[in-house]
Design a protein. Structure first.
Length: 248
């Protein structure tokens, strides 16, 4: 498939950018809509998104570059070229959380409550964004004879991007179901961390382009840590109940 969606004034706009941008817009709009129902001011949530999303992109790129620095060592300028991919979701989560935390402190948000609002649409955005990997022919697995395999460079391989996309859609519906009867602030965020990381741990083992730390797959190590973080949030928050959107 042609990675270029269309051209404006001589500039090629890549499908990867279109898909990622669409995922962000969908996430922002629905998060604000649900957030207002939970007592947040829509403009305040928009302020959070305007800080968190750029930092998420920076974090996603920085994470990828750090673990693939040999690719960029002799051509540093390519670090800034994300048109062909090279964004790592775990780096994006770190950057986005940092931005969200800064704004939440300033706006006096109930941090766990705002995390619950965002979590379902974050995972939905990830499900959509994975299709950018298909366009770029990346984030796939090893050879397979399964009927749903895809052809990459003449080899039929596992569409691991597709596995993760489907898993993320399933998590979205689970979170939305839980959201209707949640028992404490932070429950959605904890479930997001645990469920996403469980799927990512196993799917990562099938990929052929994993970022590595020595002999270990970085995403699998981070997934284990995020599962423990999610479990800790559940333990810490389970008896805290539901509070107002703002701390003051």
């Amino acid at each position: 498939m042609n990675p270029t969606a269309f051209t404006i004034f001589g500039i090629d706009i890549q499908w990867y950018a279109v898909i990622i941008t669409s995922a962000m817009i969908i996430g922002v709009l629905f998060s604000i809509k649900d957030g207002e129902k939970q007592g947040f001011v829509g403009d305040h949530l928009l302020d959070l998104m305007l800080v968190a999303l750029p930092l998420a992109i920076i974090g996603a790129r920085a994470y990828y570059v750090i673990f693939n620095f040999e690719i960029y060592r002799d051509n540093i300028i390519n670090i800034f070229n994300i048109r062909q991919g090279g964004l790592a979701i775990h780096g994006g989560l770190i950057g986005g959380f940092l931005g969200g935390y800064i704004v939440s402190i300033k706006k006096k948000f109930n941090i766990f409550k705002v995390a619950d609002v965002i979590s379902p649409y974050l995972i939905l955005g990830q499900a959509i964004g994975r299709w950018g990997n298909y366009i770029n022919q990346e984030a796939h697995g090893g050879p397979t004879d399964l009927p749903w395999g895809i052809m990459v460079d003449g080899v039929k391989v596992h569409p691991t991007f597709f596995y993760e996309s489907i898993w993320n859609v399933m998590i979205f519906f689970v979170l939305k179901k839980i959201y209707k009867n949640k028992k404490y602030d932070g429950q959605m965020a904890a479930m997001y961390l645990i469920l996403y990381s469980l799927g990512r741990f196993f799917i990562e083992g099938m990929r052929t382009d994993s970022l590595m730390v020595g002999p270990l797959r970085t995403a699998q190590v981070i997934s284990v840590l995020l599962i423990l973080l999610g479990a800790s949030i559940m333990k810490y928050r389970k008896n805290k109940g539901i509070s107002a959107a703002y701390t003051e």
